[in-house]
Write a protein that binds this ligand. Structure first.
Ligand code: ADP
Length: 275
């Protein structure tokens, strides 16, 4: 029932650092430019497109010519401050080439948890989308901290993208990673692994297949992607996990082609639910 993905209007696309950067720490301009073209064209078509982008620290390290990622929180936050504005500059330039304006939305968890500020955030998204501006979202790294009393961190951008999809009631979350989808074992370790084309429910058995942490520049590996998918399914949404190396596959996904792993409830797959 993938053809009904054609009807999805509000789409959140999450892109990981491993898609935006080469393993040597340089910026993958080719992929970022293609991503900007694809999202601009979807917006031209009448879709409402939101990009959740990691990469602030990676781009910051590149800008400051640091060979390794610093370990202290103040250092990381300072680098994120540099990297975030540099990343937005790159996005703004490429989206601009395709006639689109971008707007930066930096979020912390408390903002989403508190109803008044949550409403404000929703209003901002709606206003940007109404004006065909592409919101580019990240965690506000320079202020977010891990505190029990005042929880401001989302933890990882996979979760952030699922929360954004929930808050703005997106029809679809497309998660771009450095792998074609979710496999029955880590394909980088086991070449015999086979990919799931469709998952209806996140079970402990599936979680056990997720392996540990992902790539060097990546964040949470598959566990955080499954957690995001679980959240999306709970809210009646849909998620496609696919490889970000060729962003034009997003067109194929929107066309209903079987690409990556689709996470959707059985009802959707049987065609019994619209959203
Ligand atoms: P991103 O930067 O896109 O968030 P990550 O590096 O965090 O990506 O996660 C993707 C990595 O997860 C893959 O490159 C792969 O090595 C690893 N992985 C572990 N288990 C699996 C699995 N079952 N299916 C697919 N990938 C897996």
């Amino acid at each position: 029932m993938r053809t009904s993905l054609k009807n999805c209007k509000r789409i959140v696309i999450k892109v990981g650092t491993s898609t935006l950067m080469y393993p040597n720490g340089n910026i993958n301009l080719r992929t970022i430019e293609k991503l900007a073209m694809v999202l601009s064209d979807l917006s031209n078509e009448g879709k409402e497109v939101v990009l959740v982008s990691s990469g602030a620290i990676g781009v910051g390290c590149h800008k400051l010519q640091l060979a390794t990622r610093p370990t202290t929180i103040p250092e990381q936050q300072a680098i994120a401050a540099v990297g975030q504005s540099e990343l937005m500059h790159i996005y703004s330039k490429f989206f601009g080439e395709y006639g689109h304006t971008v707007g930066q939305i930096l979020l912390t968890r408390d903002v989403i948890d508190y109803p008044v500020s949550r409403k404000n955030v929703i209003n901002t998204f709606n206003k940007l989308l109404e004006n065909e501006i592409v919101p580019i979202v990240n965690e506000n790294d320079t202020v977010a901290i891990e505190e029990i009393e005042h929880l401001t961190k989302f933890g990882d951008n996979d979760r952030l993208s699922a929360i954004v999809a929930e808050v703005i009631q997106a029809d679809l979350l497309i998660m771009l990673s450095d792998i074609d989808g979710f496999y029955d074992s880590n394909p980088n370790e086991n070449p015999e692994s086979t990919m799931f084309t469709e998952i209806n429910q996140i079970t402990p058995e599936l979680q056990a297949l997720a392996g540990g942490k992902g790539s060097e520049f990546g964040t949470g590996g598959m566990l955080t992607k499954l957690a995001a998918a679980e959240r999306v399914l709970k809210n009646g949404g849909k998620m496609v996990l696919t490889n970000g190396n060729n962003p034009s596959t997003i067109f194929d996904i929107m066309n209903g082609d079987s690409i990556g792993t689709l996470f959707a409830t059985k009802d959707f797959v049987k065609g019994e639910t619209g959203r």
